[in-house]
Structures are given as structure tokens and as C-alpha cells.
Design a protein around this ligand. Structure first.
Ligand code: SF4
Length: 439
């Protein structure tokens, strides 16, 4: 009988996608999947290294699995992903309950690594980064029936000074566009309606003469696909040709996630973001001239080393000027091996970071609420995704600009495009009633 493997995933969407790849390799290697750690003989944690609290969560989980391993000494416990790549052998030392450590470019070897642990009763580590591995030949196992994710490139060459990704995921590699289109065709045949193209720096995609604009056009032509999204781009890689394709192609969603990170030129320079505040604002103006209804969201870090109160206020001013629809807001967290960790002490006290974060959260909440309230009385074309979290009688869908919309089911079904008349709004969600279905 096949051995059962239980997998838990932490962190970003790329990690979720990688877990789908891991599932495919395990199935090919004659392993079965377990629904809980208790029924598994192998437990794999696919980890994130972007913030310190992600590490702490994994250590806490390992402490829980220690008890399971005491009862079942043959249990194999493995750490995959960015934390594996970042901490390497240190993880094998950690309380000596980890048997296997595999970085993001080592998933092809996982079945063999698990067997090796079984045969030798010794820990196995594989964390070599590859310049070529894109897992192009694998069609990952996905579960959600409406949205599918497709990684089009891996790694990152930008070396933002706070970020561990270039060290944990290696150099940028773009997939062959034909393999991307083939994967999307398979997903469309399985009934998926919306494709999100994934990459750490997705708009720097280039394979031969095919750039990111060309790739999105090709993906949008696949029959059955109604919407194409992408994440995460870098503001430095938005040529006019790409902006025009996003603005003009009806299947490409009118939403750009545009990570600002900071609003002060000195901090942006220290972060190695390679744009100034004014260049960022110019890009926003250009996007809005081309497409006034474009949804814009962002990422911000507060409390980067040496950030002053005045520099933090620069970030608030950019937020007020741009009026992002929503934002992911974080406190700076020093990551081992990054340029920022080597060059500058983490000198903004935690209470100051927390207080700045609180002010930014409140600022963004007010902006999001005001912008969502402006939608009341209008119609939004939403792709129905799934049951809403709060009620089995309601569905959750998403507008073209990525706003979440909740509405009574009213005979609609996941995967359908429906017109929803907006009747109410919170800072996070629009509420409405189905006006008509686009069947
Ligand atoms: S662009 Fe910067 S923040 Fe994004 S993954 Fe690359 S180094 Fe990290």
C-alpha cells in the first residue's frame, strides 16, 4: 500500500502552487495524500522565510509534531521551501526531529529523498539552487474549481535589501510560453475560468521574443478562460506596451498590484527598489490616464532601519495621494543573509513600528471604505468563486478590479459571470444583489 503524506503550506501563493507541484511529484512517486497528520507516515511543511513570525509558526508546529513522533518513531518529518533554503543544516539540528530538508528547486527529488530517509535512517538535505528548474513539464494538482494559478517564472534578480527571496529561490528563470499555454489549456478543459499568472517578479518575464505582454495575450486567447490576472509585479517593469495590453484586452483584469514599500526616496534607495517616489507616482498617473477604473493595491513596509517619523509620513502622503484600493501592510522584520541585515541594525523600536503600522492600517481602512462606498448604486461584473465565509446562502465573487463582492446566491453558480448591483460596503467587501447572469 502507498505511504501517506500530509502537507501543510505557509506563506505566499507561489508556495501554494509549489505544494501542488509537490503533490504531483509524490503521486508520480507512488505516494498517497493524507488529510491529517495523524493518518500520515510522512509530514511535509512547505515554509516561508519572508518574516520572522513565519519561522516562529513553523517551530511551534514542529514542537507539536514532536509528540506525534514520540508515539510513531518511523514518522518522517520534512521542511520544504524558503525556510529550508534559508536555514539549511540548522533545521536538522533543531531538536533533531527533522529528517528531510528540501529547497524550492529540489521537489523533483522528494520521493527519492523520502525513500532514502527510510533506508538509511539518516537525515537528508537537498538545497542546491538551479538556474534552469521551472517544473515546466509538471501540471500541478489544483483543487479550487474556478481559479487556477500558473507560475510563469521563478526566482528574482532584484535584490531588494530587505528580501530573502533572491537567496531562497535563486535567479530569475522564465518558462517557455508554449508550456504555459498548454498548462492553461488543460486547466480550461478541467473547467477553470480564471487564471492568475504567478512569479516573484512576474512582469520581468521574457522567453526569447515573448515578453509578459505577449504571454498574457496568448493566455487570454485560450478558449474557456474568462479572466486573466497576475501577481506580483515590480513597478520598474511596466513598459507602455504592457500597460496598453492590460488596459485594452477585455479578458485581462483591470487590477495591478503595485508594491510601493515606502514613500521616502532615502528609504526607497536603501531598499534598492530602483524607483523614486516621483517615478512611482508618475506610473500611477499613467495607469489611471490609460484606464481610470484600474484597481490598484500595494505592499508597504514600516520601520525599515533608520526610518524617521518624517519619512514614515512621506509614506502616508503617497498613500493619501494614490488612494490604493487595499494594501498589505507589514512591520520590517530582519531576515538573515539580506543586505539590510548585514548593513543596518534593526533600530526602529518594536513599539514605534507597531504604532506606525496602526496609523497606516487606519489610514488605509478609511480610504478603502470611502472608495468602496462610491460603488454603492453601481453594477459590478463579478466572477462567482465560492460560498461566502459567513453564510451558506451567499456567494463570494470578485470584480474585474479585484474587489470582493458578497451577494445572495439567487440561482447563480461558481464559475459564472454575474452582474451584481451594489447595495452596501465595508472597507474590505462590497455587498449586493444579483442583477443578471451573463450566460
Ligand atoms: S522584487 Fe524585491 S521584494 Fe520582490 S521578490 Fe524580488 S527581491 Fe523580494
Amino acid at each position: 500500500m502507498s505511504e501517506k503524506v500530509y502537507i501543510e503550506t505557509y506563506g505566499c501563493q507561489m508556495n501554494e502552487y509549489d505544494t501542488d507541484i509537490v503533490r504531483s511529484f509524490l503521486k508520480q512517486g507512488d505516494f498517497a495524500l493524507a488529510a491529517s497528520p495523524q493518518e500520515a507516515r510522512v509530514i511535509l511543511l512547505n515554509t516561508c522565510a519572508v518574516r520572522e513570525n513565519a519561522h516562529q509558526r513553523i517551530y511551534g508546529r514542529l514542537d507539536q509534531f514532536r509528540r506525534l513522533k514520540e508515539k510513531q518513531p518511523e514518522l518522517v518529518i520534512g521542511i520544504l521551501g524558503c525556510m529550508a533554503q534559508n536555514l539549511k543544516e540548522d533545521l536538522l539540528e533543531r531538536g533533531r526531529i527533522v529528517d528531510l530538508v528540501a529547497g524550492p528547486d529540489s521537489y523533483r527529488r522528494l520521493p527519492e529523498m523520502i525513500r532514502q530517509v527510510r533506508q538509511t535512517l539518516k537525515p537528508v538535505l537537498h538545497v542546491d539552487l538551479s538556474e534552469y528548474e521551472t517544473y515546466s513539464d509538471i501540471c500541478p494538482e489544483q483543487v479550487d474549481g474556478v481559479n487556477a494559478w500558473v507560475a510563469v517564472m521563478r526566482g528574482c534578480d532584484n535584490f531588494c535589501t530587505f528580501c530573502v527571496v533572491p537567496y531562497t529561490r535563486g535567479r530569475e528563470r522564465s518558462r517557455d510560453p508554449d508550456s504555459v499555454v498548454q498548462e492553461v489549456e488543460v486547466l480550461a478543459m478541467r473547467g477553470y475560468k480564471q487564471i492568475t499568472l504567478l512569479g516573484q517578479n512576474v512582469n520581468s518575464y521574457r522567453a526569447g521574443s515573448c515578453d509578459f505582454a505577449g504571454l498574457m495575450e496568448r493566455v487570454s486567447e485560450v478558449e474557456g478562460i474568462q479572466r486573466v490576472r497576475f501577481t506580483s509585479p515590480h513597478p520598474k517593469d511596466f513598459p507602455d506596451s504592457l500597460l496598453r495590453v492590460i488596459a485594452e484586452n477585455p479578458k485581462i483584469c483591470k487590477h495591478i498590484h503595485l508594491p510601493l514599500q515606502a514613500g521616502s526616496d532615502r528609504i526607497l534607495h536603501r531598499m534598492n527598489r530602483t524607483y523614486s517616489r516621483e517615478e512611482f507616482l508618475l506610473l500611477v498617473r499613467k495607469i489611471r490616464e490609460l484606464c481610470p477604473e484600474m484597481g490598484l493595491t500595494t505592499d508597504i513596509i514600516v520601520g525599515f532601519p533608520t526610518e524617521t517619523e518624517e519619512e514614515f509620513l512621506d509614506t502616508c502622503r503617497v498613500m493619501e495621494e494614490v488612494e490604493f484600493d487595499s494594501a498589505f501592510l507589514f512591520q520590517y522584520s530582519e531576515r538573515k543573509g539580506t543586505t539590510a541585515a548585514r548593513k543596518w541594525p534593526d533600530d526602529v523600536p518594536d513599539e514605534v513600528k507597531g504604532e506606525r503600522l496602526g496609523r497606516l492600517v487606519e489610514l488605509q481602512r478609511r480610504i478603502s471604505l470611502r472608495k468602496n462606498q462610491q460603488k454603492i448604486g453601481r453594477e459590478v461584473l463579478a466572477l462567482v468563486e465560492k460560498e461566502s465565509k459567513k453564510s451558506a446562502q451567499e456567494f463570494m465573487g470578485r470584480g474585474d478590479d479585484n474587489r470582493t463582492v458578497v451577494f445572495p446566491r439567487n440561482g447563480t453558480a461558481p464559475g459564472e459571470l454575474v452582474r451584481v448591483r451594489i447595495t452596501g460596503a465595508t472597507s474590505a467587501t462590497l455587498l449586493g444583489e444579483v442583477a443578471s447572469a451573463e450566460r
